[in-house]
Design a protein around this ligand. Structure first.
Ligand SMILES: [Zn+2]
Length: 94
């Protein structure tokens, strides 16, 4: 084996793992370990509710163009705002 390694110039050193070791971060949505830098799974991030903004949504003077643009670009926009936070579900058919 050692001879084969020398012939093929393969190092005997243990390779460094390509996948990072568990970071110790726990996803706040599903509660399982995550390796992403943000500390949340990308697939879970869309389900993380923003802070509640019921008052802002019902205000007469709205600040930005965000929702108008979103509603213009998407086929369906569903906004659910309550004490547990605000969730925006956007869907677009091709
Ligand atoms: Zn998760």
């Amino acid at each position: 084996m050692r001879a084969w390694l020398e012939v093929h110039r393969v190092s005997e050193k243990k390779p460094t793992p390509l996948v990072s070791q568990p970071s110790g971060k726990v996803c706040p949505v599903c509660g399982s370990r995550t390796y992403s830098q943000g500390g949340i799974h990308p697939q879970c991030a869309v389900h993380q509710a923003d802070a509640a903004r019921t008052a802002k949504l019902k205000a007469d003077r709205k600040r930005g163009w965000g929702l108008k643009i979103i509603k213009g670009l998407m086929d369906e926009v569903e906004i659910d705002s309550g004490p547990r936070g605000t969730t925006v579900v956007m869907s677009k058919s091709r």
